[in-house]
Design a protein around this ligand. Structure first.
Ligand code: FES
Length: 268
């Protein structure tokens, strides 16, 4: 039988994302779990590994509930004090806190400014001609939501893949992202694949297929907007085009994918 979670007094959320792993997060998690086991707290506490908590600069990180206690730069020694403090005295280890409820801002020595897309700039592009273009984000945390949005709002959206006929997005019935690296677009007769998750460095074939660059553009000649996907070697893997600058999907792209970047047509 599993734990009776109704008895849980404390939950520790340990980040298991890439930066925290590199910074020794696994040793921290093991130390916390060993402490809980040896002090007879195993059955009334819970430890959970999470993906990135968005504070990689402070890795390894952990969040403690109840309360809203965020800890930074953890080591096995620190986490043992932290776990003990919360369980025995409900007392956080203030010196190691990144944030707690009620603070106006987090306390970090390693603050990194958020990465934002650069403004659109004019370019004479081999494929697109004269255009305004910028680069968005290419991680699956951006691309999966993008494809889901386009599935919901397909009006005026066309998919162009090398050596395939153009496909209206309204003919796509489903977007699946259940495989390790691959997002699938399902049509009545076909299943189109996009590689959107990090693929092994040594696998040359997958490196060729992985989307590593996502560019958003406005074409001067056609007045169309769109997205171009490339691999890390600069080869175009596909394009999405929007009929006009006013399509709901393009507006979504500038607001969500490009974080409210404006397109200044006077640059053309
Ligand atoms: S990987 Fe842990 S906070 Fe980002």
């Amino acid at each position: 039988m599993g734990k009776n979670i109704a008895n849980t007094t404390h939950t520790f959320f340990f980040c298991d994302g890439g930066s925290c792993q590199k910074a020794g997060g696994e040793k921290v998690i093991r130390a916390a779990r060993a402490y809980l086991r040896n002090n007879d707290n195993w059955n009334d506490t819970h430890t959970i590994k999470t993906r990135c908590n968005g504070r990689c600069e402070d890795a390894p990180t952990c969040i403690v509930h109840p309360g809203e206690f965020w800890y930074k730069e953890l080591t096995p020694e620190k986490i043992t004090h932290i776990v003990k403090g919360h369980i025995q005295n409900e007392c956080p280890l203030e010196t190691e806190l990144l944030y707690r409820e009620g603070w106006e801002e987090q306390v970090s020595n390693k603050e990194i400014a958020p990465i934002k897309p650069k403004p659109f700039e004019f370019k004479s592009d081999e494929e697109l001609g004269d255009c305004l273009i910028t680069r968005g984000f290419s991680s699956d945390q951006y691309l999966y939501p993008l494809f889901l949005f386009l599935l919901e709002k397909p009006e005026g959206v066309t998919l162009q893949l090398p050596n395939k006929p153009h496909l209206a997005f309204k003919d796509i019935n489903a977007v699946n992202y259940s495989k390790e690296f691959t997002l699938e677009l399902q049509t009545k007769t076909d299943c189109l694949e996009f590689f959107i998750a990090a693929v092994p460095k040594e696998n040359k074939e997958l490196q060729q297929l992985k989307i590593s660059s996502t560019e958003y553009f406005y074409q001067k000649e056609t007045t169309k907007t769109g997205i171009r996907f490339k691999n890390k070697f600069g080869k175009t893997l596909g394009r999405i085009e929007f009929d006009s600058i006013n399509t709901e999907a393009w507006q979504y792209c500038t607001k969500i994918q490009l974080q409210r970047l404006t397109l200044d047509l006077s640059q053309l």
